[in-house]
Design a protein. Structure first.
Length: 409
């Protein structure tokens, strides 16, 4: 169906005079702001890399931090065990006669293969994550345990199809601790998310510290999709924004960080394509300058009226009996398991959140408070937990049998 819409030439010319033509007032304001900020450092974060454009056309420096970094898939695979088993129970509930047993059998086979491949040597010699140095035996023991208890619940579910329910998953797998489940999977999910956040924070804080940035003048854009399509679109829900703020020691002005989910994204850096990263700089500088220039008109036009002030997140303390939260709850130390587990629920239920961002901000702040030394911080869910030693063939039998007393080898 065609629409016959009249457009006044005079009004169209007036429209173009401000915003709709290459020489319009709006475009000229953006270009003037871009020239004014030409020397300012610009940081652009995509879903996989950080690029620093130093200014005045100097070549960028690039740091990979997520998909292109060591251990990402290994840690994420273990983080996903809890949601995978819970998803099987939900699939069975929605479609009892459906193909969930085949999916469960594949998950079981993949878990067994992972347990066989998982060793301290794998983490120390092959994955080789600097921030994990000295913790490799404990990480291997935790993952062995996670695989064994996952195998246990999957084997029982495939033997007895009436067993697999959401209640059974919570009671026998996620919650605890208990004699049969000395370390619940909720703690392992927190530990793997924390380890990811600790490594991310450690590397980026080191990188930023080495750059010696004038944070008060630095421009930041977080560009493109971050995680699931609806996630990371606010400062408080974006884990990279939290790490950048921690690395700046709070010196980065809130107005200088923009989250632009529809901005162009440079290709993942592979060590050879710096030209492709460089090519995006003009578009990023124009984007940042245009947005900020328009925002700064507020003071020019409406001085004397209340100014906009970004709200600083007020992290609420939660405890048993708290019914709802709307933002990340405060964590009162690494033993605050109610808050840590509440964050796991929040990142699942709140579509704004990145699943891997449950504790990234906490890990980054712990690093800043401890001189960016991973050896000095306590990893909840890993440190101090009664995981059997990975090399012990009896570990599997002890965890599978009822009455496991949680003895640490």
């Amino acid at each position: 169906m065609a629409f016959d819409i009249y457009e006044s030439p005079a009004f169209a010319r007036l429209f173009r005079a401000y915003t709709g033509a290459p020489q319009s007032v709006g475009i000229q304001l953006t270009l003037a702001a871009e020239r004014a900020h030409a020397a300012a450092p610009l940081i652009v974060a995509t879903s996989s890399d950080l690029a620093l454009y130093p200014g005045h056309g100097a070549p960028p420096a690039v740091e990979g931090f997520r998909l292109s970094t060591r251990g990402f898939k290994e840690l994420t695979a273990v983080s996903h065990l809890g949601p995978a088993v819970a998803s099987l129970a939900r699939i069975k509930e929605l479609d009892p006669g459906g193909p969930w047993p085949a999916a469960g059998a594949e998950l079981l086979a993949a878990t067994r293969e992972t347990r066989e491949a998982n060793t301290a040597e794998l983490w120390r010699d092959l994955v080789r994550i600097d921030s994990f140095a000295g913790r490799e035996p404990e990480i291997a023991a935790m993952i062995d345990y996670a695989c064994v208890v996952t195998e246990r619940i999957l084997e029982r579910s495939l033997r007895d199809e009436s067993y697999l329910t959401a209640e059974a998953v919570r009671r026998d797998y996620l919650d605890g601790p208990s004699d049969d489940l000395p370390v619940p999977l909720n703690r392992i999910m927190v530990a793997t998310f924390y380890l990811f956040g600790m490594d991310l924070g450690h590397r980026l804080i080191n990188w930023f510290d080495g750059l010696g940035l004038p944070w008060e003048e630095t421009m930041v854009i977080i560009a493109g999709r971050q995680g699931r399509p609806t996630a990371g679109v606010t400062r408080d829900s974006n884990s990279v924004a939290g790490v950048i703020n921690a690395a700046s020691r709070g010196r980065l002005p809130e107005r200088n960080l923009l989250i632009a989910p529809h901005a162009p994204v440079f290709p993942m850096y592979d060590g050879t394509n710096l030209d492709a990263v460089s090519a995006q700089e003009p578009a990023y500088r124009r984007l940042w300058s245009g947005v900020r220039a328009t925002c700064e008109l507020g003071e020019q036009m409406f001085a004397g009226y209340p100014r906009f002030q970004p709200s600083r997140s007020s992290r609420r303390t939660v405890r048993p009996g708290t019914e709802t939260v709307s933002e990340m709850p405060a964590i009162n130390g690494p033993a605050d398991w109610f808050a840590l587990t509440a964050r796991l629920r929040l990142v699942l239920e709140d579509p704004r959140q990145l699943l891997s961002g449950a504790v990234t901000d906490f890990a980054a702040q712990q690093l800043v408070d401890n001189g960016n030394d991973p050896a000095r911080i306590f990893v909840p869910g890993l440190d101090g937990e009664p995981y059997p030693v990975r090399a012990s063939s009896s570990a599997h039998d002890r965890i599978h049998s009822r009455g496991y007393q949680g003895e640490a080898s």
